[in-house]
Design a protein around this ligand. Structure first.
Ligand code: X5A
Ligand code: ZN
Length: 525
């Protein structure tokens, strides 16, 4: 019987940030995952899939040759300073002399894993690769991603095996704008993604990542932080899995980012490792189990190594820890899901029937039939602001990422100090938008506003005030909406505040500030 395949290649460590060793996307991520899988005796139960560099022809399935030429130059860069300077043309990208080859290897790994599953050589597979890929599109590497590994792999297997339906499911917490754009021209590929949206006030600040997008991408936008297993399971059970079944894919590729996980400093959500295992298992019920996981983000080591283990255990058919759901679904999430179901009811029979059921229930309980909410998007000014930063080559990687810095790198922040009149204009527009959003939309039934949202500038305490914000975010600080729920949310605090956090059997154990521990440990089934 064919087994579970794993891609892992030492050479992926060659891509690292030479000028900021605290950068969250680092080689340590792969070592940590692999160490864990080795220590738990999981590697020996899998088949190693050999990883070879993607060919230029394969890269061209999603990117222009101009990008290949640009990136190739980094091979001959004289020093780190030249590399850092070259990276200013991109958004949140770093390069070493080896990054180009390493990125080719990551794409190659994704392709080989997808091939192994498509041909039946492996029952399913997990490609443990980096750099990640799902943000990159056309000539725009960004968000730690150089080439779009998963989109290229999908296009390659469609071409090579004449597949008619390949499904990509993206569970990374960041909206996969790169995959969305890379596959927009492919009739044989469908993308379903669940990600932070926050009314459009979160990176990558793109309207196409909201529920009302039409095309071969289906979005589940999340508009509140602190969501957990309950919400993710509900999204899968009521929306993602029914659509997957109706689509009837021949192969499922998963953008397996674990940054929606409990404790992730970038994600702000609270999905337990065990839940990642269960999500994988739910997908294994579709496409005759032909599921290929491809690693994307995940930045809190204790959490993501456990999530990766649980996902691999799902692929191997191991028992998974039971999930204990003892919370009601977040109302803001319910509204998102209702919008998704209503919007997709036009195209998917399963959504039409779910919607019908919802409306019958509402009639039966004498409540008004809820209409679809407004599609909110407040990200345009920030998006344009970021585009100008890249165009003017104003900012290097180290200044993009908003988090506390070690003192020795503080000096570089000076690069951005002083507001330009352009920045002031952006601030005014953003501020006016925010005021309009707060004042005029308040009575409208759209929950990102309802009750839960306050202006961050008015907070006496809260995460915005507590964390230092640098780079392009610096001047926007205090003008953004922060959800009330996230006051002092621990996952946004510096790492030192997250001590006492352990992951056991797919759950997590956190000691909170008031010494009142909250327990997420889960019994094994
Ligand atoms: C792959 C991934 C995160 C990009 C964050 C940009 N990228 N602010 O998780
Ligand atoms: Zn991510």
């Amino acid at each position: 019987m064919s087994s579970t395949g794993v891609v892992y290649d030492q050479r992926h460590e060659l891509h690292k940030c030479l000028w900021d060793e605290t950068f969250p996307e680092n080689p340590e991520r792969l070592f940590a995952v692999c160490d864990r899988l080795k220590n738990r005796g999981l590697f020996e139960r899998t088949t190693l899939i050999e990883c070879k560099p993607a060919t230029e022809e394969q890269i061209l399935l999603c990117h222009p040759s101009s990008l290949l030429e640009k990136l190739k130059e980094s091979r001959n860069a004289p020093d780190a300073e030249a590399l850092e300077n070259a990276c200013k043309q991109f958004e949140e990208i770093y390069l070493t002399q080896d990054s180009f080859d390493c990125a080719l290897l990551a794409v190659g790994g994704a392709i080989e894993a997808a091939r192994a599953v498509a041909t039946g050589k492996c029952r399913n597979a997990f490609a443990i690769i980096r750099p990640p890929g799902h943000h990159s599109y056309e000539a725009n590497p960004n968000g730690f991603c150089i080439f779009n590994n998963i989109a290229i792999a999908a296009k390659q297997v469609v071409k090579e095996f004449d597949l008619k339906r390949v499904l990509i499911v993206d569970v990374d917490i960041h909206a996969p704008q790169g995959t969305l754009r890379s596959i927009a021209d492919s009739e044989q590929i469908l993308l379903i993604s669940i990600h932070n949206y926050m009314g459009g006030a979160i990176w990558p600040f793109m309207k196409e990542t909201n529920f009302d997008y039409d095309g071969n991408t289906i979005n589940v936008p999340l508009n509140a932080p602190g969501l957990s297993d309950a919400e993710y399971l509900a999204a899968f059970q009521h929306f993602i899995i029914p659509i997957a079944i109706e689509y009837n894919p021949q192969l499922i590729l998963v953008s397996a980012g674990f940054d929606a996980g409990l404790g992730d400093p970038l994600g702000g959500q609270k999905v337990t490792p065990a839940c990642f295992g269960h999500l994988t298992r739910m997908l294994m019920g579709v496409a005759e189990g032909k599921v290929c996981l491809i690693l994307e983000g995940g930045y809190f080591k204790a959490s993501f190594i456990e999530s990766a283990e649980m996902s691999l255990r799902a692929l191997l058919g191991d028992p998974l820890p039971l999930l204990h759901i003892h919370q009601r679904l977040c109302p803001t999430f319910i509204e998102s899901l209702r919008c998704c179901i209503s919007h997709q009811a036009k195209r998917w029979k399963c959504c039409a029937s779910t919607l019908n059921l919802l409306q019958q229930q509402q009639t039966a309980s004498d409540s008004e039939i809820a209409s679809m909410s407004l599609s909110i998007f407040v990200g345009q000014p920030i998006f344009e602001h970021f585009e100008r930063i890249i165009r003017d080559r104003r900012c290097s990687t180290r200044n993009w990422f908003p988090r506390p810095r070690s003192p020795h790198s503080l000096g570089d922040v000076q690069l951005l100090s002083g507001r330009t009149s352009e920045m002031n204009a952006v601030l005014c527009v953003a501020f006016l938008l925010v005021v309009a959003f707060a004042v005029f939309l308040q009575p409208v039934n759209c929950s990102p506003v309802k009750g839960e949202w306050r202006m961050a500038s008015k907070l006496s305490e809260g995460m915005v005030k507590k964390r230092s914000v640098y780079g392009p975010y610096k001047h926007l600080q205090g003008y953004a909406f922060m959800p009330k729920k996230s006051y002092g949310m621990w996952s946004h605090l510096p790492d030192s505040r997250r001590e006492g956090f352990n992951f056991v059997d797919g759950g997590g154990f956190m000691k909170s500030d008031n010494e009142n521990p909250s327990l997420f440990a889960l019994p094994v089934q």
